[in-house]
Design a protein around this ligand. Sequence first.
Ligand SMILES: [Fe+2]
Length: 177
Amino acid sequence: MDDTSFPQPSITAKAITEDQIAATNTKDPTIFSLKAQLLDQGRTDTVLAATEDLSVRLKIYASGGENELHAHVDEDHVFVLLQGSARFYGPDSETVDLNACQGILMPKGMFYRFHATSENECLVLLRIGTPNFQKQAKDDRLGMNGEPLISDSKENRTQSVIFKDGVFFGDSAEVGT
Ligand SMILES: [Fe+2]
């Protein structure tokens, strides 16, 4: 991960919060590339841009997904599939299969989970949510029991990250200066 010409992943849930809040510290336009290192194992989450009202993240999954049913009680958000495929589940085990160039909008409070179904390539998602953390309840991500469910917790079946050496999604994306 020597290349710092694009944002680096936020490794923990705490780092995602901090990086999203830090990204709001500008009144200038934020230019970003949809570029991230692909994975042999685990998942990454990279903050691309944010204001107090909006966050934009790039998520990579070698396998798995958001593994346990949960809802973001204060945040509407959209997933757009850029590569790979995924199966989304609702609270009554209803499912929908999505492929690249499709997306899904989760209204605040909607319980869901998903996992990658593409076996030969990573699932790559653009995630856009509103509002950003500053305008959400402290515990926005709740499990079905109403208790906080942290995304990088053991309960959410987090695996350690193994990067694919030198292999990137969006490799041709160059941000001009
Ligand atoms: Fe989620």
